[in-house]
Design a protein around this ligand. Structure first.
Ligand code: SAM
Ligand code: DTB
Ligand code: SF4
Length: 330
């Protein structure tokens, strides 16, 4: 019998100095050893049967000037999408109310902007305040921010800002040419310095290499503070975008990515994000076992389909999962 791989002596240390070879060694563990390690750590930090639920709304859709190769909202591609200007606040609050009734504790509003204008920020702040008044946590994703805009969002009461690094620095320019990795890091630093919780992760299955996935997690875990929320998206291939037709990744590689994220950032919520509609219930169950403990809930992500809420409720019931993790009582 071969020797058992050693279990880290002190697994509860929060580290910011991950080396690439250590991360690759985690990825290369036998699957059972990796999942065991991830689930053991998960239990030290979280109730293993509790899932935090967010709901998404696209508050401004399409006609985006950026060229992100995965995104149906870029004006440069011919995806079947109806662009829409910034929604009226009443419509946003109605949708948030419904999301709360269906069980979401956080409401995330996404806008297809490279960067918002100052007058956009004022309207988003009104939305944030209206959603908070419903008793929900708030998250927005609006693109790149200035210092002043970030401060305005913080003063307006925003809880979380989503801004993804998406992939490794090396692969980034293969996917997006209209902004740099450093632009992303700069906005993330502004958000962190302003005292807003950070939601930052990436997309798996864009044709990146094993090294790129390890390097994305290295970037995230070696930030001065781990993001409170780490969304791991599986690419949703949308007809008309450059990444449509990308070779599908082995689903177990996706599960491994979730597990390694859990091990490297044990205090963070790892969010099983886009792509759930294309996953079997069994794959999602493996992701929860690997340490994912939050999801986007509701029949739409921003522009693409998400599992129907009753399918999710059935899955939670089958797995004995319950909702939690909000700073508000549900
Ligand atoms: N425009 C802003 C930005 O890019 O930061 C906010 C909205 S953007 C749609 C938010 C995130 O959605 C992107 O950073 C990307 O990670 C994710 N995303 C977009 N299209 C996706 C797709 N087809 N599959 C998976 N994730 C996607
Ligand atoms: C994140 O990491 N995933 C969400 C949220 N943050 C904003 C967005 C997924 C978008 C998937 C494609 C679409 O529906 O347009
Ligand atoms: Fe625009 Fe964001 Fe889509 Fe990129 S990901 S094209 S910035 S909406």
């Amino acid at each position: 019998m071969s020797a058992r791989p050693s279990f880290p002596a002190d697994v509860s240390v929060i580290r910011h100095d991950w080396q690439l070879d250590e991360i690759k060694a985690l990825f290369n563990l036998p699957f059972n050893d990796l999942i065991f390690q991830a689930q053991s750590l998960h239990r030290q930090y979280f109730d293993p049967n509790e899932i935090q639920i967010s709901s998404l709304l696209s508050i401004k859709t399409g006609s985006c000037s950026e060229d992100c190769g995965y995104c149906p909202q870029s004006a440069r591609y011919d995806a079947d999408l109806q662009p829409e200007a910034l929604l009226p606040i009443e419509e946003v609050l109605e949708t948030a109310k419904r999301a709360k009734e269906q069980g979401a504790s956080r409401f995330c509003m996404g806008a297809a902007w490279r960067a918002p204008k100052d007058r956009d920020i004022e309207r988003v702040v009104e939305m944030v305040q209206g959603v908070k008044a419903l008793g929900m946590e708030t998250c927005v994703t609006l693109g790149m921010l200035t210092d002043e805009q970030t401060k305005r969002l913080k003063d307006g009461g925003l809880d979380y800002y989503n801004h993804n690094l998406d992939t490794s620095e090396e692969y980034y320019s293969e996917v997006i040419t209209t902004r740099t990795y450093q632009d992303r890091l700069d906005t993330l630093a502004r958000v962190r310095d302003a005292g807003i919780n950070v939601c930052c992760g990436g997309i798996i299955g864009m044709g990146e290499s094993d090294d790129d996935r390890a390097k994305l997690l290295q970037q995230l875990a070696n930030l001065p503070k781990h993001p409170e929320s780490v969304p791991i998206n599986m690419l949703v291939q949308v007809e008309g975008t450059p990444l449509a037709g990308t070779e599908k990744l082995d689903p177990l590689e996706f599960v491994r990515t979730v597990a390694v994220a859990r091990i490297m950032m044990p205090e963070s919520r790892v969010r099983l994000s886009a792509g759930r509609n294309e996953m079997t219930d069994e794959m999602q169950a493996l992701c929860f076992l690997a340490g994912a403990n939050s999801i986007f809930y509701g029949e739409k992500l921003l522009t693409t389909d998400n599992p129907m809420t009753n399918r999710d409720l059935q899955l939670f019931e089958r797995l004995g999962l319950h909702q939690g993790g909000s700073s508000y009582a549900s």
